[in-house]
Structure formats: structure tokens, C-alpha cells
Design a binder for this molecule. Structure first.
Ligand SMILES: *Cc1c(COP(=O)(O)O)cnc(C)c1O
Length: 424
């Protein structure tokens, strides 16, 4: 396969770079010799999906965690494989990666975390323990003397609340700008904003009021790239901490995330994080392969072009729609969710259930258990599963952005088979 060859070539080139870089260490040939023995082509590898009996699927859903979210591009996979070949000092790697990412992402400081949810944990811990080293050990069970209130809009309570609550804090809910103004007191430690949530209070007002009270604000933008510029939009808007998932649109390792923001808060988050023992983040470890993988994914992502990517997704959606043209009563439409999350073209398929006697949910089941296995977007056939995606019993939603080359036509062929077999 062409992919395998280019990956090997990358690995070989990278291997030589390691040798060149290590000869100087201590003036001994030791590292050089060691690395050179490792620069051989990688072993072929056992297909453990096959060995374990876990059948891979075609992801026509999107960056859903349970579907393993995304596939790392070849150059990211190659960088991960290279990083796996040599030990480093994990603290040095964290610091170097953080400095590199901060520069590339135009913010003061950055930390690679074990996912956006982990970034919520160590970011909140940073706010609670800032300037108080003993608090690092005390949270979340001994909150004596610590600020412990996080202000949030009622409509921004969501499935990641627990990551914040892990730090021993509790939420204070507000609905209006006036209530927000009134909610601050000497226990307020942070304000939290869900970037893809309904914003009754604008981002600008949210930040302005928090800063008037000297309180840091966190923005969870985990699923909110593309566009590429979002990676710096929110820190530049004044949010003190911003997180993005590493394994969603960025297509880095699934167990990584970015925590971006203020230098003092990122330094505090780092103290609360692995590899430091006896911290809230010790279980949220990222390994060298993952840190390097996320840095490589950011490099890859920044080399992309939003318009080119979007045109490609539209082309995939059109290709699938084209294959369904002759199926009775089927209508198709390309749809971009209006909210910040998953802001890419999706294919929306509707049909007359009097002619095609099957529900969207049943189509989804047939696709899931067919050959090959195909996962449609979870909005299919029911209530909207993701913010901004449509739903309904006769609605099929195809997420095209995580499809791999050629899979659009496979999805189209299976969809046509399933729909035509149901024509009554
Ligand atoms: C996916 C997601 C997370 C969690 O991200 P991980 O990287 O999987 O930890 C947090 N917040 C929001 C809004 C998300 O969509």
C-alpha cells in the first residue's frame, strides 16, 4: 500500500535525524549506536483488532468519543512511532511542547493534557490552587479556606460538569447578565463558558465582567475546530483558559487535549498534573507518544486550509447524494450545524416513510450490522444528538468529515441498498 511505503520512508528519514542529533551527547558513541540499531524498518506488527475479534468500522458519524473520534494522519502516526523509540525526560518534553504550542497557537502558554475533560480538571485545579502550593495536596476533600464557587450559565451545564466538580468546587448558575454581575463574591474562583452552548450572555460580556472582578474564565471549545483560527480566537478574546480536544477535529491521539491560556494558570495546571505524584492530575497522564502526537497534529492542522477541507467534505456529501438520486422520494441537503461544534458540512437525507417503509433508526441499525460496518451520525432517526444537528424519524444524517478516501461511495452504496430494500 502506498500509505505504508510513505510511512516507512518517513520513519527512516526521522531515524537518521535522531542519530545525527544524538552523536554529540557526552561525546560517546553510545547513544548513536543504540539509535542506529533502532533505525531499522519497524516490524510489520500484529493486527490486534483481528486477533481480539474487534471489527473496524466506517465512521460516517463524526468525532464521537465512543467511535474513537478520529484517525491520525500518516505524518502524525509516523511521529508517534518515532517518539516511541527513545526515552526522554517527561518534564522536559512537557515544557518544550508547551512552549512550542504556545508560540504556534498565539497564546501565553500551553499544556498537553489527557483530553479536554482532563484539561477541565487541571485548569480548574489551577484556579483553585493558584499561589497556594499546599492546596494542591488538599483538593478536593479539604477545601478549608479555598475559594470553591464556579459561575456558569444555566444553559451551559453539560456532560462535562463532573470534570470541574472533581476539584471540590460547586456551580453557581446564572441566566442573565444582571444575575451574572450579582453572582460574584469572595468565594468565586472561576467562571465557566461552554463554547458550543446557547450563549444568552455573549463571550465578550462574559469575559469583561469576570475580569472586572479579577476572576479567571474558562472556555470549553473541545469540539470547536475547524475553523483553524478558533485555536487562538478565544484566548485572544481574553479567556484565561481554553481547551480543545486533541483527538477530535485536530486528529491527534484521542487521549490528548490542549489547555491554552495565561502563563501563571498554565504553570499552576502543570503543577496539578502528571507526572507530579499526589496531585489531582496524576491519573491524567499523557505519555511521550501522545505529547509528540498532539504537537504533530497541531502542525498538521495548521498546514491545512479551511476552504479546501470544506470543499472536500461537500464533494463527499455530493458524491453520496448523487448515488441516491434515483431512489424514490429521497431528498438530500448539505447542512452545516449553526453552532460552534462540528461546524462542517453534513449530508442530510429525508424520505417519505409511506414509500420507504423503514425508520432512520432502523436504517442506522442495518448499516451498523452490515458488511462493512458503518456508523451513521447519532442524530439519525431521532432527537438531535449533537447541538445544532437536525433529527426526526425519517432523517438520516451522514457525517462525512471522518470518512477515509473511497469510503463515501461505500456508504452511498449501502444506503441505497438499505433504502431500496424497504420500498413498499
Ligand atoms: C468531547 C468534549 C469534551 C471531552 O473531550 P476529551 O478530549 O474526549 O476529553 C469536553 N467538552 C466538550 C464540549 C466536548 O465536546
Amino acid at each position: 500500500m502506498a500509505g505504508t511505503i510513505s510511512r516507512r520512508k518517513l520513519l527512516r528519514t526521522g531515524g537518521q535525524a535522531i542519530i545525527a542529533g544524538s552523536v554529540a551527547v557526552g561525546g560517546t558513541p553510545f547513544l548513536a549506536a543504540r539509535s542506529s540499531s533502532k533505525s531499522k524498518l519497524p516490524a510489520e506488527g500484529v493486527d490486534y483488532y483481528q486477533k481480539l475479534g474487534v471489527t473496524p468500522l466506517i465512521n460516517a458519524a463524526g468525532t464521537y468519543t465512543v467511535l474513537t473520534a478520529s484517525i491520525m494522519p500518516d505524518e502524525v502516526q509516523a511521529a508517534v512511532a518515532l517518539a516511541a523509540k527513545n526515552p526522554v525526560n517527561l518534564n522536559e518534553l512537557h515544557d518544550a511542547a508547551g512552549a512550542y504550542l504556545a508560540k504556534r497557537l498565539r497564546c501565553e502558554a500551553a499544556l498537553v493534557t489527557a483530553g479536554a475533560a482532563a484539561a477541565l480538571v487541571v485548569g480548574t485545579a489551577a484556579c483553585v490552587t493558584l499561589g497556594n502550593e499546599s492546596a494542591i495536596l488538599n483538593i478536593p476533600t479539604d477545601m478549608n479556606g479555598l475559594k470553591n464557587e464556579v459561575i456558569v450559565q444555566k444553559s451551559h451545564r453539560y456532560g462535562y460538569d463532573h470534570a470541574i466538580r472533581n476539584c471540590g468546587v460547586h456551580f453557581v448558575e446564572v441566566g442573565t447578565l444582571d444575575q451574572y454581575e450579582q453572582a460574584f463574591n469572595d468565594r468565586t474562583v472561576m467562571t465557566h463558558f461552554f463554547n458550543a452552548g446557547e450563549d444568552h450572555i455573549s463571550r465578550e460580556d462574559w469575559v469583561r465582567v469576570a475580569h472586572k472582578h479579577g476572576v479567571p474564565c474558562f472556555n470549553d471549545a473541545a469540539a470547536d475546530v475547524p475553523p483553524i483560527s478558533n485555536l487562538w480566537n478565544y484566548t485572544q478574546m481574553g479567556f484565561d483558559l481554553v481547551t480543545f480536544s486533541g483527538g477530535k477535529g485536530l486528529r491527534g491521539p484521542q487521549c490528548t487535549g490542549l489547555l491554552l491560556g495565561r502563563k501563571d494558570l498554565i504553570a499552576a495546571a502543570r503543577k496539578n498534573n502528571s507526572p507530579n505524584s499526589n496531585t489531582i492530575g496524576r491519573g491524567l497522564k499523557v505519555a511521550k507518544e501522545e505529547i509528540v502526537g498532539l504537537v504533530a497534529a497541531v502542525d498538521w492542522f495548521l498546514s491545512q486550509d479551511d476552504a479546501v477541507r470544506e470543499a472536500e467534505y461537500r464533494k463527499r456529501a455530493e458524491r453520496i447524494a448523487g448515488q441516491l438520486k434515483t431512489t424514490a422520494t429521497v431528498q438530500t441537503q448539505i447542512f452545516v450545524p449553526p453552532v460552534a461544534a462540528n461546524h462542517v458540512p453534513h449530508l442530510l437525507i429525508t424520505y417519505d416513510q409511506n414509500r420507504i417503509k423503514i425508520t432512520g433508526a432502523e436504517v442506522m441499525e442495518k448499516m451498523r450490522h452490515g458488511n462493512p460496518r458503518i456508523e451513521l451520525n447519532p442524530s439519525t432517526g431521532g432527537d438531535p444528538a449533537s447541538a445544532g444537528l437536525p433529527g426526526g424519524p425519517n432523517t438520516i444524517v451522514v457525517g462525512v468529515w471522518m470518512l477515509q478516501p473511497g469510503e463515501d461511495l461505500i456508504v452511498a452504496k449501502r444506503l441505497r441498498e438499505v433504502l431500496q430494500a424497504a420500498i413498499g
